[in-house]
Write a protein that binds this ligand. Structure first.
Ligand code: HGY
Ligand code: MN
Ligand code: MN
Length: 412
């Protein structure tokens, strides 16, 4: 059977070249949603879409779509591929970009081979998947799936005080299409695993069948500023110390647990943030995740009870703001099967997995059958410039995406 393969050199060249776009003065890759740096990445992606002969559409939340509409099938619901090209701070070059570039590469390969799909094929780059500048994460795909109104999303205030809608307009990506304007027949996202499982088990492909629940909260603790030298410990209302107790409580609880629950405090700020003043205010984020919804709910309740106790004990005022909350998602069994079969045909070792990270697929799964394909991450590292996946694994993953796409669009 003649098995098509993607153009390895073009895939890797596009990936590397996008990885060089949006580096700051220290050489760190920082393409935060709707920033000038991200605009540069968006512009490059759109240029590649045009080069590939695709129609380009941008919706009101700035999601970018490259659409291949072969003659005679353009009215059928499209198969959608994609991911995101915004990054975290000091990012690697594969997170998100690999799925977008591979989706483009699969379409280019099929077009060059004269393949005749029974439906259009679209590659999407969703806005603000990372949620670093504007919460929640996976925002563009969440809006696309109807989980957040376009208006509310555009009104989001960033960590830098900017307004998302104004930023999208400023960088020229406030599109005119209504989010959701293309109802996908199915959605497939190729992504690096960003965890240690595949590498540790020596397996090349992950057929991702589910994705864990995510809870993001912002906690504010208010105490009293006072002199670091003259104030006896017994008289302190120390917001900084109280925050430290929360961080260690979360870590100790997750560490002691036999469940896959994870807890992370990624951002923290003290006020007035001076060496010789007891902090009057501590603001920090809590990221809780668990594949089981009931357990995740329980972890949220346990944290809330701990904060209640802490506010009494330390005589501080504690308030919590919900930033994002997504339940665990199960992906489409038939697509997961197709991924496993494609891996078997190519003789690639594969396993079913749950994703620890959030992805656009978990949002698009609300409006269409969806699933993901993972390839290994070296040392399980991601959200870090050391993020790395071998060229061989990158190409293998893109070829599996190509095989699954052909299977899905060959049928009516
Ligand atoms: O938070 C996440 O899991 C994703 O990287 N946005
Ligand atoms: Mn990602
Ligand atoms: Mn990420």
């Amino acid at each position: 059977m003649n098995i098509l393969s993607i153009n390895d050199e073009r895939l890797l060249r596009h990936l590397r070249s996008l990885g060089e776009i949006g580096r700051d003065g220290n050489g760190r890759l920082v393409r935060l949603a709707a920033s000038d740096n991200e605009k540069l990445g968006r512009d490059q992606f759109v240029a590649w879409l045009v080069e590939t002969g695709l129609d380009v559409a941008i919706d009101r939340i700035g999601n970018i779509f490259g659409i291949w509409r072969p003659e005679g099938v353009s009215d059928n619901a499209p198969l959608m591929l994609g991911s995101h090209i915004d990054t975290v701070i000091n990012a690697g070059i594969y997170d998100g970009c690999y799925g977008v570039i591979s989706g483009l590469e699969v379409i280019a390969t099929l077009k060059e081979a004269g393949f005749q799909p029974m439906r259009p094929v679209v590659v999407a780059a969703f806005t603000n998947e990372e949620g670093v500048r504007y919460a929640p994460d996976m925002m563009g795909s969440l809006v696309y799936a109807g989980g957040l109104s376009t208006q509310d999303a555009l009104a989001s205030i960033g960590t830098d005080g900017s307004v998302l809608g104004e930023e999208l307009a400023r960088i020229g990506y406030a599109g005119e299409h209504e989010p959701g304007f293309l109802r996908p027949h199915a959605y497939i996202e190729l992504h690096i695993e960003q965890g240690p499982v595949l590498e540790r088990e020596g397996i090349l492909l992950g057929a991702v069948e589910s994705l864990q629940g995510i809870s993001w909260q912002k906690v504010t603790i208010v105490g009293d500023a006072n002199h670091a030298g003259t104030t006896p410990i017994s008289m302190r209302r120390d917001a900084g110390y109280a925050a430290a107790r929360v961080i260690t409580f979360l870590r100790d609880r997750a560490k002691a647990s036999s469940t896959p629950t994870v807890a992370t405090v990624g951002c923290i700020e003290f006020e007035p943030n001076a060496i010789n003043i007891i902090p009057s205010r501590a603001t920090f984020t809590v990221d809780l995740r668990d594949p089981d919804e009931d357990r995740l709910k329980q972890e949220e309740a346990v944290l809330s009870a701990f904060l209640e106790m802490l506010s009494q004990e330390e005589q501080v005022i504690i308030s919590v703001e919900k930033m994002a909350r997504f339940e665990p998602v199960r992906f489409d069994e038939s697509i997961v099967n197709a991924i496993e079969n494609a891996a078997s045909v190519r003789g690639f070792a594969h396993k079913r997995m749950t994703s620890g990270a959030g992805h656009d697929a978990q949002m698009i799964a609300r409006i269409a059958p969806a699933a993901m394909i993972f390839v290994p991450s070296k040392d399980g590292v991601s959200h870090n410039p050391k993020e790395y996946t071998s060229d061989q694994d990158l190409v293998a993953g893109a070829n599996i995406l190509l095989d699954v796409v052909q299977k899905i669009v060959a049928a009516g």
